[in-house]
Design a protein around this ligand. Structure first.
Ligand code: SF4
Length: 155
C-alpha cells in the first residue's frame, strides 16, 4: 500500500528553521515499522509550493497565510496543497501521516495566527484539500490510529 509522509518526519531538513521534525515522533519504533511495511512517498508541501528553507514561520490568519514579517504566502501554500493532492492521485495514495500543528500539514491543531505559540482547533492548508478529496490524514503521534484504520480496512 502506498502512503504519504511529511518529508520533515522522515528526517529531511525542510522546515522553516532548516531542521527536520524527527524529534517530534514519540513512538519511533512503530514509525520505523510503518516505514518498512508500506510503500512510502514523501513531500514537503511548502517547498513544493515554491518556498525555500530556511524561511520565515507562517500562520493561518482568516483565509490567508502570513509570515512573521507580514508577507502573504497564501499562493505558495495553496500551490503546495494542489501539488500534494496531484502527487497523491498520481500514486494512488489514500492515507497520510503528516506533521502535527503545521499551517500546511497539521491535521487537528494549528497555531492561532498570533505568533504566540498558541494552538487552536484547525487544519493546515494541505490537509484541508487532501481531506476534501477523501484522503485520510493522521499525525506522527496518531500511529496506532493509523494502524487500526489499515487493519479495519483489511477485514
Ligand atoms: Fe514538514 Fe509539512 Fe512543514 Fe514541509 S510543510 S516542513 S513537510 S510540516
Amino acid at each position: 500500500m502506498n502512503i504519504l509522509i511529511s518529508s520533515c518526519l522522515l528526517g529531511e531538513e525542510v522546515r522553516y528553521d532548516g531542521k527536520s521534525s524527527s524529534s517530534s515522533i514519540k513512538n519511533k519504533e512503530l514509525f520505523l515499522k510503518i516505514i518498512n511495511e508500506f510503500n512510502v512517498f514523501s513531500i514537503c508541501p511548502e517547498l513544493s509550493g515554491g518556498l525555500t528553507t530556511p524561511r520565515a514561520p507562517a500562520e493561518i490568519i482568516k483565509e490567508k497565510v502570513i509570515t512573521t514579517n507580514g508577507l502573504d504566502v497564501t499562493y505558495m501554500f495553496n500551490q503546495g496543497a494542489l501539488n500534494t493532492l496531484s502527487y497523491c492521485k498520481k500514486n494512488s495514495i489514500k492515507i497520510a501521516i503528516l506533521k502535527s500543528n503545521s499551517p500546511s500539514c497539521g491535521n487537528n491543531k494549528i497555531y492561532d495566527g498570533t505568533f504566540n505559540s498558541v494552538l487552536k482547533e484547525g487544519e493546515g492548508v494541505t490537509v484541508k484539500l487532501l481531506r476534501q478529496n477523501g484522503i485520510k490524514v493522521f499525525n506522527e503521534n496518531e500511529l496506532e490510529q493509523f494502524c487500526d484504520l489499515i487493519k479495519s480496512n483489511l477485514k
